[in-house]
Design a protein around this ligand. Structure first.
Ligand code: DAH
Length: 349
């Protein structure tokens, strides 16, 4: 056999072997191709090796090198295809009837859900959202809001004082002043944020809680706007529940009122959640005191306004019929996921 014939045969085996191993669609076809080309007894590579003997001595090194080349390539290709077929077999032997492992997925906290719902209702009524610092100055937290120094109303607002002048704001009302300083009336803003008090952690109280402040200032705004806007809000949030306004006192509003909503749990009959009164207090409100407008540099002869502050955690417990506000802050997933699930209305989670 001439070297030329040998090399031509080597090329053919390499080409056809590569094609056969590559197109083999499954383990059986691959094994059949292996026997044809790499089989120990009658494989074509084996036959090529035997034909080496018939090569002239001086051509042997070149022929031997080419032979090794072809065998190594086809061996490597066979190993690679075999591994790939093994993986494919492994994946088709998975038990597809096994129940899926449930994926852990985060969800929004009940208070966040309530805040978003309140935001959406007030947005429709023309309010924008504003935010401000948790660490406030005494002037914004008290002075500008017409708290006289040493007034008894300060007792309810005991908080953590920071070094220097600052304190952790006891309510979101300082944002009324900051907003009035920044924007010209007409103003309609909603301000969600944390408030800090030196309160005990009790069934209806937390020392840190979210508040939502609302403020509307324009020419000719009256208490009719306050009542009608808050009633529209309550009917949207609580459905057909009745509301009532009770006179109250806040230094930064005059007159002031607290708004109650008929208890959704007992429909006004009286139960533990409403302490037997049939009503749940949801917010404080009032007509913005002229001194607050003046302190913020707004002409109180020309403009009037109304404001409110509500506790979304309290609204969350009444919405979701939660007996104790502390559950909201326990981070117990078994509880939180019940509400996350019901908020998704049974859609997949
Ligand atoms: N800032 C008050 C508090 O935390 C709540 C409040 C009452 C806010 C009346 C208001 C308001 O804007 O008009 O107790």
């Amino acid at each position: 056999m001439t070297l030329q014939d040998f090399l031509t045969e080597a090329d053919t085996i390499e080409r056809e072997g590569t094609a056969a191993l590559t197109v083999a669609a499954d383990a059986n076809a691959l094994e059949a191709a292996r026997i044809v080309f790499l089989g120990d007894r009658q494989g074509r590579v084996k036959a090529l090796q035997e034909s080496l003997r018939a090569i002239a001595k001086e051509d042997k090194p070149a022929a031997g090198k080419r032979f090794n080349d072809v065998r190594t390539r086809l061996d490597a290709l066979h190993t690679e295809r075999k591994n790939a077929a093994g993986r494919a077999v492994a994946s088709t032997t998975e038990d597809l009837s096994l129940p899926a492992r449930r994926r852990w997925q985060g969800a929004k906290h009940p208070v966040t859900l309530v805040i978003e719902e309140i935001d959406a209702i007030f947005r429709e009524l023309g309010f924008t959202i504003a935010q401000g610092p948790d660490a406030e100055t005494e002037w914004y937290n008290f002075g500008a809001l017409n708290f006289p120094p040493n007034h008894p109303a300060l007792d309810a607002h005991d908080t953590l004082y920071l070094e220097g002048e600052g304190l952790l704001r006891t309510h979101t009302s300082p944002l009324q002043v900051r907003t009035l300083q920044k924007y010209e009336p007409p103003i309609r803003v909603l301000i969600p944020g944390n408030a800090y008090r030196r309160d005990f952690f009790a069934a209806s109280h937390a020392p840190v809680c979210m508040q939502i402040e609302g403020l509307c200032v324009d020419e000719g705004v009256s208490i009719v706007d306050l009542k009608s806007t808050l009633n529209v809000f309550a009917s949207r949030f609580f459905g057909a529940a009745r509301t009532r306004f009770r006179p109250s006192f806040f230094p930064f509003t005059e007159p002031s009122a607290e708004m109650d909503v008929q208890c959704g749990i007992c429909a006004g009959a009286g139960c533990a959640a409403c302490k037997g009164t049939g009503w749940i207090e949801i917010l404080g409100s009032g007509m913005v005191h002229p001194r607050v407008l003046d302190a913020a540099g707004i002409d109180s002869e020309r403009y009037t306004g109304w404001a409110f502050g509500m506790g979304p955690a309290r609204m969350a417990i009444s919405r979701y019929k939660i007996p104790d506000i502390r559950i909201l802050y326990d981070s117990d997933v078994r509880f939180l996921e019940q509400i996350a699930g019901s908020a998704l209305n049974g859609t997949e989670r």
